[in-house]
Design a protein around this ligand. Structure first.
Ligand code: PGA
Length: 246
């Protein structure tokens, strides 16, 4: 079973910084992380140069943080799935809570983006997760299952989909790291409904070297989706080494 370990750089890094990060990864031995699938999601501006540094067929997959559902057209400011694929992406992150909160993404647009990614042969990395008040009310499982069902509505073959459970209360500078007990029920439910059908189910939100292995020890967790702790390439490599050595 592959363990996915990846990072979204969010809205960070110049081209030079992105290339440095990619060059450091390109210089690592492809056999250094057996059983682990590393991936990085640069901002759209750096996709092509990062992909060029790593090369096609690299041991580190490259993906986009977002893509529009239409193939082309009058959608000012957006990039399409064919465009990110052309720039070297093989993964498209869809429905991150920051996009849902600040850019009006809905379950319906998430579903359209999943369909567009699959139509073009890219792996949709579908993010779901509940706000703190839902967690506090004990309804996390229902909330998250509803989001996944909506995201995958009408998709016959989900075998290339990767899910990421990222509770909103765990993400970012104001987030609090999740204890295993906080997320076990959601993973039990996700793996019961989708575990044998999708490519993997990841956890994200304040993942760091201190909690990574405990998180991976939760039943149903197939990988880690990391923000801040992997924005520096030495942090990312440290996490990859940790996971590969477990
Ligand atoms: P974080 O971000 O690791 O910085 O909390 C996680 C995410 O948003 O995927």
């Amino acid at each position: 079973m592959t363990t996915w370990v990846g990072t979204s750089w969010k809205m960070n890094k110049t081209l030079a910084q992105a290339r440095d990060y990619a060059e450091t990864l390109a210089a690592t031995d492809p056999g250094r992380w057996p059983g682990v699938q590393p991936f990085i999601l640069p901002p759209a501006t750096a996709l092509a140069s990062v992909s060029a540094v790593l090369g096609r067929g690299s041991h580190v997959l490259v993906g986009a943080q977002n893509a529009h559902w239409a193939d082309d057209g009058a959608w000012t400011g957006e990039v399409s799935v064919p465009q990110v694929a052309d720039a070297g992406a093989t993964i498209v992150e869809i429905g991150h809570s920051e996009r849902r909160a600040y850019f009006a993404e809905t379950d319906a647009t998430v579903n359209l983006k999943v369909q567009a990614s699959l139509r073009h042969g890219l792996t949709p990395l579908v993010c779901v997760g509940e706000p703190d008040e839902v967690f506090a009310s004990g309804s996390s499982v229902l909330h998250v299952l509803d989001q996944v069902r909506a995201a995958l509505d009408g998709v016959d073959d989900v075998s290339s989909v990767v899910l990421a459970y990222e509770p909103i209360w765990a993400i970012g500078f104001s987030g609090r790291p999740a204890a295993a007990a906080d997320i076990a029920d959601v993973f039990a439910a996700l793996s019961a409904e989708w575990g044998s059908a999708v490519r993997g189910i990841l956890f994200g939100g304040s993942v760091n070297p201190g909690n990574a292995l405990a998180t991976l020890g939760v039943d149903g967790v197939d990988g880690l989706f990391i923000g801040r702790a992997a924005w520096d390439v030495t942090g990312f490599i440290g996490l990859l080494d940790l996971v590969a050595a477990r």
